[in-house]
Design a protein. Sequence first.
Length: 259
Amino acid sequence: MYETLEIERTGKVATIWMNRPAVFNAFDEQLIAELAAACKELDADAGVRVVILGGRGKHFSAGADLNWMKRASQFTHEQNVEDARKFAGMLRTLAGMSKPTIARVQGAALGGGTGLTAACDMAVASDDAAFSTSEVKFGIIPSAISPYVLRAIGPRHALRYFQSAERISAQRALSIGLVGEVVPREELDACLAGIVDALLAGGPQAQKAAKDLIAAVHGQPIDEIISEETAQRIARQRATDEAKDGIAAFLDKRPPAWL
């Protein structure tokens, strides 16, 4: 079904593998379209609880394919807008998935590769991973990826790296919040397995509601309006069958239905 991707399913976990190792999983129009389609497919699949995004070969993603960039440089304004909308839409689809998403990063994750990392809910990186918002080196800006990178590292770090395009080491990425774990490359999958096990122990409806909660509460003043909003949200969640079963399972010392 996909030419630039592979989807690997193991139980309730699906891994989207970007599969262009010869060009370090650089993305072009086709990879962008297929990533968006794969995210929609897996989000609609009730049998999938967790989605991992990875790259085949030595590198996660070297960012934009040079041939794609060359074609884009010859576009009209209208063509450039339409092309950029597709990339921005793919990132929004990935970031907006209703189930947990994890970036599995090794090697280079440059430009849009950094954006893909930030668009996932969480990220695990090998200790040889390297990141960069490198767009200014080409006379452009990291516009489409900016909402997700800003969410991850904040405006102060973004002011530096959006302008300097410096390489960001795995340890530096950890310290500024771009990734949550850094391990030797051979330990990447074991680290992911631990996170996946923790995610599978939670209620799927509650996890979706938790993602929605963060989007609703972040950046809002702590006032009567937001207090009421949080009260309404927990009240609605308590009334769900999932919550009733989860609480009963805890009291009865049995696994909840989702396990």
